[in-house]
Design a protein around this ligand. Sequence first.
Ligand SMILES: Cc1cc2ncn([C@H]3O[C@H](COP(=O)(O)O)[C@@H](O)[C@H]3O)c2cc1C
Ligand SMILES: O=C(O)c1cccnc1
Length: 351
Amino acid sequence: MSLLSSTVAAIRPADAAAAAQARDRQARMTKPAGSLGVLEDLSIRLAGLAGECPPPLPEPAAVAVFAGDHGVHAQGVTPWPQEVTGQMVANFLAGGAVVNAFAAQMGASVTVVDVGVAVPPAAGAGLLERNVRRGTRDMTVEPAMTRDEAVAAIEVGITVAQELVAAGHRALLTGDMGIANTTASAALVAAFTGADAAAVTGAGTGVDAETLARKTDVVRRALARHGRLTDPVEVLAAVGGLEHAAIAGFVLGAAAERVPVILDGVIAGSAALAAAALAPDCLDAVVAGHRSTEPGHGVALEHLGLTPLVDLSLRLGEGTGAVLALPIVQASVRALRDVATFDSAGVTEKQ
Ligand SMILES: Cc1cc2ncn([C@H]3O[C@H](COP(=O)(O)O)[C@@H](O)[C@H]3O)c2cc1C
Ligand SMILES: O=C(O)c1cccnc1
């Protein structure tokens, strides 16, 4: 059996008994019932995922930044040159990017994975070199990847998740780097949700009105070029990116390991649509870290039935929004684990 098939087969639904235990404990903790709002639901979900109440604290945490380039860059969908992807990979490794600063603040490690960079930096300390090909093909002309390339990139993501869990991590966070990848993200969201190109295509790194119109047309042409696709791997291969495929695999790998995975922005949201189409139960492991300003991100989250934890008008990627949500996820478990009950603390309950 392939790694993808065995991983999908290993994904099981949440444990209802552990979730019920967590729900019961939330009602007995020394606070008015329901007063922790979304954090109560989150702790119940994480208990169901772990199959025990309380679940393990989601730490240590690891961000995996998957980097890849895009043939659709040739269509003028972003003002940034393609070589910025590889240059930013070097910046992540040197600790100089925003995700490094946020990860240092939150006590998370940063792992950088070259799954499809066109011009990678010279082999540097710490880079996971798992390059499947040096960038995708132009989706407006032909499928961005072959099916085999898409599966290989998915399996890179699964393997990285397995390696991080084997190293002791108990929270996985998605990160991305890939100039032009908001175009592929928009195409994936449209393909998986049926939304119109105009409803899911956004400004990305900050394109002008003319570029946004061209980008929307590129997404529309790519969707028309590939027709209606139903198989999730075919969708990824047609209009996705190597980092999208790897992030889909990373989500599946985390779910199979029953470790929570916190999603970043539109790149992760669009990749999660593919993961959920391959194994719907993987969503029990998924936490939406934040909502980015990209319109396709809100559409993806709604389709997945996920509520983002923070909404700070970020539009960066790299894993930054996922890292900001990490302490909220950790606090939800800490409360379930450490807060006394009315009985144990001798606090009188309401009449
Ligand atoms: C310096 C720099 C750092 C970044 N960090 C993340 N992105 C983000 O922007 C890119 C997607 O936007 P678009 O589709 O408009 O090209 C991705 O690489 C994403 O991670 C960056 C972009 C730049 C330029
Ligand atoms: O939603 C995101 O994460 C995003 C938005 C713009 C550019 N890069 C990433």
